[in-house]
Design a protein around this ligand. Structure first.
Ligand code: SF4
Length: 376
């Protein structure tokens, strides 16, 4: 472990955190100074500490000496020519590999970044490449923020967006979604801290409502999240309402019953005061039949829900995407049952696009990658 690894990282801090961390070292830093420092490093993405309006010399020297501000190494970038998704592979200081994806939004020039929260994942969902990797470790808040900052900063110079700039649109990252490698609620504290930094005006400058945290259904953490009253968007992955089937698809369902899950969803809905969103990874012949309609109305009938339908992207081919006809028929039956739906494009249909695939490819060392080729 090098010296930097032992120092707290500025990318994991809000201005209040920085003031408090300096205070423990008997260094007085005003909130204005902390805002300027973090705005310079996180919001503006500067690696130096040459500020237009610098803080006092003692504060600047202390921040330089005591805190880390290094970025993650970008090992690979792969652009999907079909849909414009750009997948990043990061190498962390301990050699761990994680991914982030730059996702174009409907509004031209707006992007969201899908972030990993762990190296691998312990949840072992049946249809997920990351689940097959197992869990190596959880990410720290700064690593998630640093991943977004790198994607954001490269956006500013991406030549493929020149036409957009010439039309007067400045491309920018306006959202973040914790839906990459890992189960965000299995790394609850760090993910919430990262979301705080990302939504801070001196951090990622993303509105809280545009930050989405996705969970496969860890009941105690959903309960805690509801109790803490966060206003980030929470999406709980349901994928099947038939309890026994859900257990085979999402092993976490073996730990928490449908009854417990519905209980905490009710609490979440009460906190939110509006419809809650559940993710549904749609798989051909698996979870779009009558049994699901019946179970949805039996188990979740009292809740006001929207299902985000996501096409499965299973590189092993064990689970296939539903056909258009099957999806449309399922949506029709859901609507008839009063359940709102939204189709979430899972994106990146190219090779290695599924979550965990790029990291798996590099771990196996099976292919060389042209680092320059990604954004071309
Ligand atoms: S779908 Fe999400 S929670 Fe499930 S194994 Fe994959 S990364 Fe983990």
């Amino acid at each position: 472990m090098n010296d930097d690894a032992a120092r707290p990282h500025l990318f994991g801090m809000t201005p209040e955190d920085l003031c408090a961390a300096l205070a423990t070292r008997r260094i007085d830093c005003s909130i204005t100074e902390a805002r300027r420092l973090l705005g310079h490093v996180i919001s503006e993405g500067r690696t130096d500490l040459v500020l237009r309006r610098p803080p006092r010399r003692a504060v600047l020297q202390a921040v330089d000496a005591l805190f880390d501000r290094e970025r993650l190494e970008v090992l690979d970038r792969v652009k999907d020519g079909h849909d414009g998704f750009v997948k990043y592979l990061f190498r962390h200081r301990d050699g761990a590999l994680t991914e982030a994806v730059r996702i174009p939004l409907e509004k031209p020039g707006r992007f969201t970044v899908c972030l990993s929260s762990q190296v691998g994942c312990a949840m072992r969902c049946a249809f997920c490449a990351t689940g097959r990797l197992g869990l190596t470790r959880s990410l720290e808040a700064w690593e998630m923020v640093a991943a977004l900052a790198t994607v954001r900063d490269e956006l500013a110079t991406d030549p493929s967006l020149d036409a957009l700039r010439e039309s007067g649109v400045t491309p920018r990252v306006s959202g973040a979604v914790f839906q990459g490698q890992g189960e965000p609620f299995h790394n609850y504290d760090a993910v919430i801290q990262a979301a705080r930094v990302l939504s801070n005006p001196c951090g990622g400058r993303i509105t809280q409502e545009a930050i989405t945290i996705s969970t496969v259904g860890l009941v105690p953490q959903i309960e805690r999240y509801a109790r803490e009253g966060h206003v980030f968007r929470l999406i709980v992955s349901l994928t099947s309402a038939v309890e026994e089937k859900r257990k085979t698809l999402l092993p976490v369902a073996g730990r928490f019953s449908m009854r417990e899950l519905v209980r905490v969803l009710r609490e979440h809905q009460a906190t939110l005061g509006k419809r809650i969103t559940l993710a549904w990874v749609l798989m051909r012949g698996v979870n779009h039949g009558e049994d699901e309609l019946e179970a949805l109305s039996r188990e979740l009938g009292e809740l006001s829900i929207r299902l985000n339908l996501i096409d499965v992207n299973d590189a092993t081919g064990t689970y296939e995407m539903a056909t258009d006809e099957e999806r449309i028929a399922f949506v029709g039956r859901l609507h008839a049952a009063g359940i709102a739906t939204q189709r979430r494009y899972s994106g990146g249909k190219s090779e290695h696009a599924a979550c965990g695939m790029l990291a798996a490819k590099h771990r196996s060392g099976s292919e060389a990658t042209n680092l320059e080729g990604g954004l071309a």
